[in-house]
Write a protein that binds this ligand. Sequence first.
Ligand SMILES: NC(=O)c1ccc[n+]([C@@H]2O[C@H](COP(=O)([O-])OP(=O)(O)OC[C@H]3O[C@@H](n4cnc5c(N)ncnc54)[C@H](O)[C@@H]3O)[C@@H](O)[C@H]2O)c1
Length: 270
Amino acid sequence: MSRRLEGKVAVVIGAGSSGSGWSNGKAVAAAYAREGAIVLAVDFDSARAEETARIITEEGHAAHALRADATSNTDMEAAMAYAREKLGGIDIVHNNVGSGAGGGALHEYSLADWDLEIAVSLKSAFLGMRAGIPHLLARGGGAIVNTSSIAAVRPLLRGKSPGYTAAKAGVEAITRAAAAEYGPNNIRVNCIRIGYCDTPLVRGLYEKAGIRGEALEAKMKEGGLGVPLRRERTTVWDVAAAAVFLASGEAGHITGVILNVDGGVDVAPI
Ligand SMILES: NC(=O)c1ccc[n+]([C@@H]2O[C@H](COP(=O)([O-])OP(=O)(O)OC[C@H]3O[C@@H](n4cnc5c(N)ncnc54)[C@H](O)[C@@H]3O)[C@@H](O)[C@H]2O)c1
């Protein structure tokens, strides 16, 4: 097995899973650890963070778990301080937190949903970078991987969410701005733009809409979304593979990139 992140410390924020099974943050945390990184699995639900750390340690790799809320600057600074004190520093910051739960047409979208979505899906990435960058600077460089969604650039097919669209577009914008700002400091900042994924979060949203059992499995396999690569869903392992690449030295001259991991949804003909 390759060890592309040997000796690195990775802080993964949103490293648990909102339901049983693998979510993006959990898979990314496991993939970083399998490549040799020591992982700090951060989640606002401590049981979720602990489960990810347990899976990683049971696989024979290194992980710590920490409860912290990605929308709290105090918590993010505490998480980064924990990594510095207990793990010796930080090389990789992975911002995975995002929601997309609120719905409604723009003129009916509640102000509370807007504020919540911007906090969970945009402010979280800002705070993760804000708290993490001083530690990357102290290390002489590092990598940040942010998480966007195809919703940033393509109108959502179902469940309109102006807040989510705006938040993810904002994540992409601050990724590019930070890449320019910290390139001279040897800090690379990139972003993964995920397509239609199969995660507990997505399954939960479908179940809430009354789509369950065989109908749900059919949606996941052949939802008719017109994905050019003809595999309907991006898997969390597709995302994890991209994250490992972006975090590793293989991407040493890549920064400011918004990498589609979406089966080609972004280029789907209309
Ligand atoms: N699932 C998809 O289809 C899809 C598509 C495009 C983009 N994304 C993005 O991928 C990311 C992960 O999605 P997922 O489906 O794997 O999510 P998930 O809900 O399965 O996992 C996210 C984890 O983040 C944690 N979390 C949520 N809010 C937090 C907070 N404030 N502080 C700390 N931890 C918090 C949750 O407890 C959970 O463990 C999100 O940014 C999402 O917007 C997902």
